[in-house]
Write a protein that binds this ligand. Structure first.
Ligand code: SF4
Ligand code: SF4
Length: 378
């Protein structure tokens, strides 16, 4: 299976396109994206990850990648999101739209996006599995798989019944490896037991592990001033075998260059470095912050159109930096894009889709109190 899927185009560093670089006036920064894509390809990498629901992402890849580089020189992975699909007949709409946006007539990797208990049921009811196989037989998807946010038991069940799946995309990083909710270690071990290649998402937990001002970040920086804090997280996951790719959402050229440096000069972590990571995990687990990855699965279902991850970000900034000054400004900027945190009616629609199992309605109350009273509610 590995021989079928890994060809000379695939390197370990995968280019995540969930969050795109923006200019100061908030527009997508096409010039920077073009430069970053060129630099990434020149460095010998070729895996671009996007999704039907990543706003503007497929269109940008169509313009900046597909129209500017030979099609055989890169791989595109995109995803079908079942959360909003109401019947089996609706499934083709997404790949047809994705191909149009991407300016191509096939994708290299096609995934069912972010399987949760709810979407696993839909995948079975709508036979999304058979649909993926048809796309592959028709040459529209070269390889098929899924990204996953449910339990090890659910993963085992799917892989036992669907040998046609070629790879699995999992959330793996040093903070989640033994986290009892996410259970990255068990998920990874099950995927490998079924001989599936693993594509890693959130190796830095949505950038969370890359911060250099937290207590854990400062400790890692002190241990190796020449290495970015982010590089520790990449080295941690790069030690695993059976990897298809490790996705990194890179917001600027500095991050891209840092990643290239880490991946091209990869050195396994020493025993002492592993001990430091264990210590970082302890510190982070004991820092009162909210492990939101900013994946955005919550807010499409919010009846009040609240930009949930943005508001949770406000709370986290406060919890980590204890600085109230910039928060009101960010709060009102976010209000311009949708409802305010204080508009939350506690319906729970967001919480059912949160891979991190966050109690979002309670967080909205806390951020409201923080901005109005200077400290979050208990
Ligand atoms: S609980 Fe609040 S934030 Fe979540 S979907 Fe309902 S209104 Fe929106
Ligand atoms: S609250 Fe949950 S679903 Fe929403 S962005 Fe954060 S991690 Fe994702």
């Amino acid at each position: 299976m590995a021989e079928r899927i890994i060809d000379e185009h695939i390197g370990k560093l995968g280019y995540g396109n969930m969050r795109l670089p923006k200019t100061e006036d908030g527009k997508i920064d096409i010039e920077t994206i073009n430069k970053m894509i060129d630099r990434y390809l020149e460095s010998g990498y070729s895996y671009f990850d996007t999704a039907y629901i990543y706003q503007g992402s497929e269109d940008v890849l169509g313009e900046c990648l597909v129209k500017r580089h030979p099609r055989e020189s890169f791989n595109i992975a995109t995803k079908m999101n079942l959360a909003n699909v109401k019947s089996a007949e609706e499934m083709p709409i997404q790949i047809e739209t994705s191909l149009k946006r991407l300016c191509t007539d096939y994708v290299d990797f096609y995934l069912i996006h972010g399987l949760t208990k709810e979407t696993i049921k839909k995948a079975n009811d709508f036979d999304a599995w058979g649909y993926l196989q048809k796309l592959k037989a028709d040459g529209i998807a070269r390889h098929i798989g899924f990204s996953f946010h449910s339990t090890p038991e659910d993963l085992e069940e799917i892989l036992a019944h669907h040998p046609e799946v070629e790879f699995v995309q999992l959330q793996i990083n040093y903070l989640d490896w033994d986290n009892p909710k996410v259970q990255s270690r068990r998920l990874y071990e099950i995927a490998r037991k079924y001989d599936k290649l693993v594509s890693i998402m959130e190796p830095n937990k949505g950038g969370w592990l890359a911060g250099e001002k937290s207590e854990a970040g400062m400790m890692l920086k002190k241990a190796n001033p020449d290495a970015s804090v982010a590089s520790w997280a990449f080295r941690y996951v790069l030690e695993l075998d059976g990897l298809l790719t490790v996705l990194s959402g890179m917001g600027n050229m500095t991050e891209l260059e840092d990643n290239i440096k880490t991946f091209q000069n990869f050195k396994p972590l020493s025993k002492e470095e592993h001990a430091l990571i264990d210590k970082a995990v302890d510190i982070l687990n004991n820092t009162p912050s909210i492990p939101c990855t900013r994946c955005g699965y919550c807010f499409p279902n919010c009846p009040k159109n609240i930009m949930i991850p943005g508001y949770i970000g406000i709370l986290n900034n406060y919890l980590i930096y204890k600085n109230i000054d910039p928060l009101q400004h960010i709060y009102f900027m976010l209000s311009g894009e949708g409802g305010q945190a204080e508009d939350c009616i506690g319906c729970g629609a967001c919480e059912r889709n949160c891979p991190q199992h966050l109690e979002i309605s309670s967080l909205m109350r806390q951020v409201t109190d923080l901005v109005k009273n200077g400290e979050p509610a208990e």
